[in-house]
Design a protein around this ligand. Sequence first.
Ligand code: NI
Length: 151
Amino acid sequence: MAIRNIVTDEEFLRKKCRDVENFDERLWLLLDDMAETMYSANGVGLAAIQVGVLRKVVVIDIEDKNGLIELINPEIIKAEGEQNGNEGCLSFPGQYGEVKRPMHVTVRAQDRYGKFFEISGSELLARAFCHETDHLSGKVFVDLAKGLYRN
Ligand code: NI
């Protein structure tokens, strides 16, 4: 495993990601590296585009009972309610802003072997599902934030 460089180039971050088609060792290495990169940066989520790979791959760990969540080709299939809260992104270091998100979100995705599954989350996990799947279509939180501040 290795820590990869996190992309901060906004132009690159606005590109769209392609579906993963091969569930092979190359994908598993990417997933392992992404998790290590996320943990070393103290993040709760990371999309492959943030390490320069334009594929639909996400890792999330909000330190709840789910532990590390790996999402390949994720799609939000249900979103309910509303929450407002501060959000940040490892690709926008030191920037935070209030973003409105759904309170409950269900995602359908594939695991690292290609098997489909569904996972639901509320509050921070719902926020992470939305933030990370946004990355896969080239959307970044700074566009959704009501106001940005630096910390
Ligand atoms: Ni992000």
